[in-house]
Design a binder for this molecule. Structure first.
Ligand code: HSE
Length: 308
């Protein structure tokens, strides 16, 4: 029987100003998934973690992705998948995308890599639709491609990989759950032209900053005048964390995806660790449990670590 093991990384979507169009992959944390091909057209899901996610294929993010691949190839085969998640669902660091993208890459490996990365993004977006009610690729694309991704458009799909400096990423995950679907529902449907102008200036500045290794420009562009003012009210301590992390030397940062995690970019590990202790201090003082990560940008995306 053919099997494959993949590591599927967490991701930071939006990158502050680029709601639904920018994201980056993290070295850590990552989910571990083992996929086996079956000669019957069914999907069997086995959870190897404590999160009790649904095991009915139609209700499971990885399950719907595998079903969509089976429907496309229509060859009577199926899959058994074991999932050990390290990325907590509802954390804001791309938990559902890691399940969806990991399943798509693993299935493609077992099928002899018949699909392109763009095809895999399309399959994996079915998982995002199940998780958040909407197809968006700003977690999926960096999870599959690695590095920083710009999703210029999803209809038709147009993904651009952006080179970036070797930055450090500090993430704090306060242990409250924010569902992406809820965090999307509270957003305003209309914005002012002056806010749009400021936002697209920041997006262009951020992308240019990545491409030119201009850290000051990256820092100045990590500003969100549209989404953050609304969503930050869901995250206790957000303003204090942001201000104090910048005082500790972070280039900048903000809400990771739809939250509640908050991320900061830093130019070196010493600053990234100083930022981590600021985050710990704030949440210890507030009295909310938390996890932190100090990591770097993952340039590879989902990685096949063992395949037969
Ligand atoms: N762009 C999405 C959102 C990412 O902010 O709703 C969700 O992780």
């Amino acid at each position: 029987m053919k099997t494959v093991i993949v590591h599927s990384p967490g991701t930071v979507a939006n990158l502050v100003c680029g709601f639904d169009i920018l994201g980056l992959a993290l070295k850590e944390p990552y989910d571990i998934m083992k996929l086996r091909m079956l000669d019957t057209p069914e999907v069997i899901i086995r959870n190897r973690d404590e999160f009790n996610l649904p095991t009915e294929p139609h209700k499971n993010v990885a399950g719907v992705v595998l079903l969509s691949i089976m429907e496309k190839i229509n060859e009577g085969i199926g899959f058994e998948i074991e999932i050990k998640k390290h990325i907590k669902p509802g954390s804001g660091i791309g938990s559902s995308a890691a399940s969806a993208a990991g399943a798509a890459v693993a299935a493609n490996h077992l099928l002899g890599n018949i699909f392109s990365n763009d095809d895999l993004v399309q399959f994996a977006m079915n998982g995002e639709k199940l998780a958040s009610g909407v197809k968006h690729a700003d977690n999926i694309a960096p999870c599959i491609f690695g590095g920083v991704s710009l999703i210029r458009c999803i209809h038709p799909l147009d993904i651009v990989s952006i080179s970036s400096p070797e930055l450090f990423v500090t993430v704090v995950h306060p242990q409250i759950e924010v569902r992406t679907s809820d965090a999307r529902q509270i957003l305003r449907q209309q914005i002012l032209l002056k806010d749009a102008i400021r936002q697209w200036g920041n997006i262009a500045g951020l992308v240019t900053g990545f491409l030119k290794n201009d850290l000051d420009l990256i820092g100045r562009s990590l500003e969100d005048v549209i989404i953050e003012p609304v969503r930050s009210i869901l995250i206790p301590g957000f303003d204090e964390v942001k201000t104090k992390c910048k005082e500790a030397g972070a280039l900048g940062g903000g809400i990771s995806g739809s939250g509640p995690s908050v991320f900061m970019l830093s130019k070196d590990e010493a600053i990234a660790k100083a930022v981590e202790s600021v985050m710990k201090d704030v949440y210890t003082k507030i009295g909310i449990d938390f996890n932190t990560y100090v990591t770097t940008i993952n340039k590879k995306g989902v990685e096949v670590v063992k395949g037969e």
